[in-house]
Design a protein around this ligand. Structure first.
Ligand SMILES: Cc1cc2nc3c(=O)[nH]c(=O)nc-3n(C[C@H](O)[C@H](O)[C@H](O)COP(=O)(O)OP(=O)(O)OC[C@H]3O[C@@H](n4cnc5c(N)ncnc54)[C@H](O)[C@@H]3O)c2cc1C
Ligand SMILES: NC(=O)c1ccc[n+]([C@@H]2O[C@H](COP(=O)([O-])OP(=O)(O)OC[C@H]3O[C@@H](n4cnc5c(N)ncnc54)[C@H](OP(=O)(O)O)[C@@H]3O)[C@@H](O)[C@H]2O)c1
Length: 249
């Protein structure tokens, strides 16, 4: 049974018409960077809850979530209407194994995200725990339009902090923009453009591990491609592999 605690809205950042970040205060239990929790609201007398990844590091007091409004969704239009000092409920305990401890030994850690799924990586990178063992971390954010790169400034700040270890790469699918790759994650792996741009190749010699987060079809397509073309397999708790995933729906 989920134990719920009361949360107070501190701030809402509206990045675009549909993308927003919710900052709240709540007495949650400790969580591990990369995990998600559940947010809950009363909608027409009925309690609705949905899963959201923490964007903030566990060491940061304010809790932050990066959300896309689904106009005909049951929950997000209500979340978008919240104002500072409003209340909602949050699960006290976090969930999930999309965490650094679950990643086997490797040199290059690829963090690939579509849309709002950049969140767990930002939590991991802001927390910094357990990242010393990687030679390179490659953070890839794939979005439809340039305006959807809400956390680009934070990504660039993190790049500076990591002093050469962190590589950042943006991908835009629905417009061509200088300085960003154009297309989708699996296509840009298939044609080697992602690896050529970063200067690191993806292979199955255990020097690379791929984290995939977000759009479930992106995860299916990328995993299939990596399996067929690079002989890379899903990482299981009882059988270490090269690919660790988190589906958003
Ligand atoms: C482990 C986990 C972590 C999640 N973390 C986040 C998060 O940090 N931020 C976030 O915005 N959502 C996240 N989600 C999705 C979230 O739980 C809800 O499904 C989403 O907010 C839609 O709720 P809704 O009731 O408004 O829409 P619903 O009525 O439930 O409609 C769902 C449909 O909206 C689309 N959709 C749902 N979520 C997304 C998304 N994030 N990006 C693109 N399309 C989407 C899909 O087509 C899906 O079928 C997460 C889901 C899981 C399982
Ligand atoms: N982004 C917006 O401006 C916007 C505005 C209003 C509402 N919405 C709604 O919000 C929801 C989510 O939108 P979103 O843009 O955050 O998430 P999204 O649809 O998952 O798109 C994010 C990125 O993932 C890519 N992608 C989608 N399917 C893929 C696959 N099979 N393999 C590889 N890459 C894939 C998209 O490329 P493609 O572009 O090629 O699909 C895009 O670059 C949708 O229901 C949308 O209608 C979005």
């Amino acid at each position: 049974m989920t134990e719920w605690v009361n949360a107070e809205v501190i701030d809402i950042i509206n990045w675009t018409d549909s993308l927003f970040s919710l900052r709240i205060n709540a007495p949650i239990a400790n969580f591990i960077a990369g995990q998600f929790t559940k947010l809950s609201l009363n909608v027409n007398g009925k309690r609705i809850s949905r899963a959201y990844s923490y964007v903030n590091a566990p060491s940061q007091k304010l809790l932050e979530f990066y959300v896309i409004n689904i106009p005909d969704g049951k929950f997000t239009p209500k979340l978008l209407k919240l104002k500072p000092e409003d209340n909602l409920m949050i699960a006290k305990e976090a969930s999930g194994f999309f965490i650094i401890k679950a990643i086997p030994k490797c040199d290059n850690l690829w963090m690939l995200a579509t849309g709002t799924a950049i969140g767990p990586y930002l939590s991991i990178l802001q927390q910094r725990d357990g990242l010393e063992r990687f030679k390179n971390i490659i953070l890839v954010h794939a979005v439809r339009y340039i305006k959807d790169l809400s956390y680009l400034l934070l990504m660039e700040e993190l790049k500076e902090i990591y002093q050469g270890k962190l590589h950042i790469q943006t991908i835009i699918s629905r417009e061509k923009k200088h300085g960003h790759l154009h297309g989708r994650i699996p296509c840009l792996i298939k044609n080697n453009l992602l690896e050529e741009t970063i200067g690191i190749s993806i292979n199955n010699d255990n020097s690379n591990h791929i984290m995939l987060c977000g759009n479930p079809q992106m995860i299916v397509d990328t995993q299939k491609l990596l399996q067929e073309s690079r002989n890379m397999y899903k990482n299981m708790r009882d059988k270490p592999g090269h690919i660790t995933t988190e589906n958003y729906w």
